[in-house]
Write a protein that binds this ligand. Structure first.
Ligand code: HEM
Ligand code: HEM
Length: 174
């Protein structure tokens, strides 16, 4: 068994704060309340932190360590289809695509939410529909994200949720 420290405190705090705040705003807090907006602004704060951290954080948290690369995604799909176990220390290529999708979706939720509180766009009804649409898209993505994390954990025998909690990936000997 090899233990590798991959997720620094910044990434872990970002991840679990985002999970709690997103869940609260999507399912628990009345979306008509001021609290909904404040929690939404917190999410935008976490996101801004993560974008900065993607440039100044430790090795695996930096964006240049998980670029969007279609060739690598194709290789990962081949590995899955041929049941080859290739261990990725940081994010996997397909995981990277999902992460950028989630970060962008959350930014768009925040932007459309903020626009609803202003007179820009004349308080148009479709801004609310856009906000709702981005939330639905993020929820579908999150379900896929969680299923993918479970699938990849089973396939690679590396407990990925545990690594996101402790920062350490426990990689079994080949
Ligand atoms: C994690 C981020 C957020 C999530 C998951 C979220 C989720 C939601 C959901 C599910 C609705 C109900 C949509 C509907 O029934 O039409 C809603 C409505 C709304 N959200 Fe958000 N939201 C987030 C961030 C924000 C932010 C940052 C703001 C503004 C600062 C905001 C402002 C609003 C407003 C004004 C409404 C309409 C409330 C009403 O019905 O009058 N949201 N949001
Ligand atoms: C209990 C549910 C969840 C679990 C177990 C979970 C687990 C994980 C794990 C293990 C990773 C690292 C993947 C890897 O090894 O490459 C990750 C990354 C990520 N997850 Fe989740 N996740 C959950 C819910 C969510 C939710 C609700 C969101 C969005 C609101 C989310 C957004 C993200 C993002 C943005 C990353 C990238 C982290 C970064 O590099 O900053 N996750 N998640």
């Amino acid at each position: 068994m090899k233990s590798i420290y991959v997720w620094d405190l910044g990434v872990r705090l970002f991840h679990w704060s985002l999970v709690v705040a997103f869940f609260a705003n999507a399912f628990l807090i009345d979306d008509d309340s001021d609290l909904h907006n404040y929690v939404g602004y917190f999410v935008l704060g976490f996101l801004t932190f993560r974008l900065l951290w993607g440039f100044i954080g430790t090795n695996y948290s930096r964006f240049n360590s998980f670029p969007v690369c279609f060739e690598s995604c194709f290789k990962q799909l081949q590995d899955i289809a041929l049941q080859r176990n290739h261990i990725h220390i940081g994010h996997t290529p397909l995981g990277a695509v999902m992460i950028y999708n989630l970060l962008l979706s959350i930014a768009l939720i925040g932007l459309s939410g903020y626009l609803m509180t202003t007179d820009w766009l004349w308080g148009a009804e479709w801004v609310e529909e856009l906000h709702e649409g981005f939330v639905t898209w993020a929820e579908i993505s999150i379900v896929l994200h969680i299923l993918a994390v479970i699938f990849e954990s089973k396939r690679s025998s590396v407990n990925l949720p545990h690594a996101m909690l402790t920062g350490v990936k426990e990689i079994p000997d080949p």
